[in-house]
Structures are given as C-alpha cells and as structure tokens.
Design a protein around this ligand. Structure first.
Ligand SMILES: Nc1ncnc2c1ncn2[C@@H]1O[C@H](COP(=O)(O)OP(=O)(O)OP(=O)(O)O)[C@@H](O)[C@H]1O
Length: 279
C-alpha cells in the first residue's frame, strides 16, 4: 500500500481521453468524433531517488503520461500528485531554432528562473556536458543534428538540478560518449534524491539508465518492476512482433499481465502539505 506523501510522483487510476474529429471527407460519410483512450486507469508511486523508464509500443500512452506528470495537460479522471514542478525535457518551448546554441543556453536557463549571473556560473558546465564544440555553439540550433539538439537540451534542463526530471526520448539520439556523460549526470541527480522519468522505445536505454521500468500497453500498465527484467520481457515481445509471431508475442503480454499487481494507492489526508498537488 503506497502512502502518497513519501513519493515524488503518485498516480491513482488516471485516465486520459482525447476527442478527435474524424477526417473522412468522402461523400455520404459524415465526419464524427472519435474518442481515443490514451490512458486507462494508470496507478503507480515513484519514490525519491528512482529513475523510472517508460516502455511501450507507438501509441501506448507514454508521452501522454509524461505530459500529465509535467502538468501541461490534466487527466480526464483520477488523481495525480507531484512533490514539485517537474521539468519536461523534449518540448522545451523556450528554445529558439534560429538562435545559436550559446544564445539558447542563456535563454533556456533564464526561462528556468536563473539570474544572468547564475547563467554565467553554469554556462561552461552545460557546454561541457553537451559535448558541443565552440563552432557548434555559435551555429543556429536549427542546423544541429537530432542528437546534438537533444544533448544540448539535456545539458540545459539538468543544469538546475531539477527535483523531478521528465525525459521524452531525448537520450536515445545521443552517441555512446554522451550516453556515458548523461548517465553520470543522472546518477548525480539520483544521489541527491531527485526523480527521473525516461520515455524510450529502446529497451537497452531503459536498462542502462533506469532502476525501474513501467511497461505501458494500449494505455494500461502491464508491468512495473526492475528495469532489467521488464526491459528483457519487452525486448522479447518486440522481437516476436517484429517477426510477425503474434501468437507468442501475445503469450508474453498475457504472462507479463499475470505477474502485474496494480498498486493500491492511498492518498493521505495530510496531502494539503503536499505542495505540488494538482488534481
Ligand atoms: N492531442 C491528441 N488528440 C488526439 N489523440 C491523441 C492526442 N495525443 C495523443 N493522442 C492519442 O493517444 C494515444 C497515445 O499517444 P502517445 O503519444 O501518448 O503515445 P506514445 O506511447 O508516446 O507513442 P509514440 O511511441 O509513438 O511516441 C495515441 O492513440 C494518440 O494518437
């Protein structure tokens, strides 16, 4: 039984539906509203100091879950509590593609609430973590490769030591040397009891970067446990799917589901002290 006040993020039975207008323009076919159930009753509790990977096929609800935790969207129903405002890496609206990397470092840091003096203090560390050279820092970000952009965004977002860091795929675009530096940076955050959520299709990234993994399948959590074993089952399932071996892929899903026990989340009555309560 999870008492919510001990955790960085607590989700109890969250559901998220979107209504999308059908776009069939053929004669005699009326356009209609189509409801998409992106999340169907997701519950988990994330303690401090844990890095949680979120795995799942396309459309399984991973980014939706991250957006809800970030607070950019609200669940259709259920409760979601966060200890503090999370930093969502991946859609850093403050960054400007036409401006140089150097200008974007300043802009991003100011947008996260730093003073110009604080930006000066962290600037060199950000550039060094990103691994970008002087020429690259002087170029507009729109000329960067996907990996270069995500490295710089990761370096900017982690420069404030965010209490809750949400990463959507950004790390998978980096190269091996960056992955090692990013891992060191994440370990540093975790050692200070910060919490990290990392969305990735790559089971290996989750295995290397995370302690725990949640597997989302068609909007539901079907596994939540140690990163290594969850990633192993996911990889096996993805492999069977890729080879069109649907029967054995479905068997893996069924077996994994059997072992998953949905947590009973208790929202303590002292939640008034939980500053980040949103819903
Ligand atoms: N704004 C929206 N309007 C309508 N449907 C949406 C919206 N956002 C997400 N969805 C739908 O919700 C479902 C989950 O989407 P989501 O982006 O969370 O999946 P995902 O697991 O992150 O996928 P991917 O791995 O492809 O990025 C999908 O069916 C998607 O089409």
């Amino acid at each position: 039984m999870a008492q919510s006040s001990e955790y960085a993020v607590v989700a109890r039975d969250i559901r998220k539906s979107y209504i999308a207008r059908g776009a069939d323009r053929r004669k005699n076919i009326k356009s209609r509203d189509i409801t998409v159930e992106a999340l169907k009753g997701v519950s988990f509790a994330a303690p401090s100091g844990e890095s949680i990977g979120i795995l799942g096929q396309n459309g399984s609800g991973k980014s939706t879950l991250l957006r809800l935790i970030a607070g950019g969207e609200t669940p259709t129903s259920g409760s979601l509590l966060v200890r503090s405002q999370p930093v969502l890496l991946g859609i850093s609206a403050a960054l400007q593609p036409t401006l140089s990397g150097a200008r974007n470092v300043r802009l991003g840091c100011l947008a996260m609430g730093m003073t110009p003096e604080q930006v000066d203090e962290v600037y060199d560390d950000i550039v060094s973590l990103s691994g970008l050279d002087e020429d690259a820092m002087a170029r507009p970000m729109q000329t960067y490769s996907a990996g270069m952009g995500s490295r710089l965004r990761f370096a900017i977002a982690t420069s404030i030591d965010p209490d809750i860091l949400l990463i959507d795929e950004a790390l998978s675009a980096g190269d091996a040397a960056f992955a090692t530096r990013a891992k060191r940076r994440m370990d540093h955050l975790l050692s200070k009891a910060h919490s990290i959520f990392l969305v990735s299709h790559a089971a290996q990234t989750i295995e290397e970067m995370c302690t725990r993994a949640i597997w989302l399948h068609k909007g539901e959590i079907i596994a939540d446990g140690p990163a290594e074993s969850t990633a192993r089952h996911y990889r096996l399932w993805a492999w069977r799917e890729a080879k069109d071996e649907y029967e054995s892929a479905n068997k893996i899903i069924e077996d994994v589901k059997k072992d998953y026990v949905k947590p009973n989340i208790v929202l303590a009555s002292d939640e008034k002290n939980h500053n980040g309560k949103r819903h």
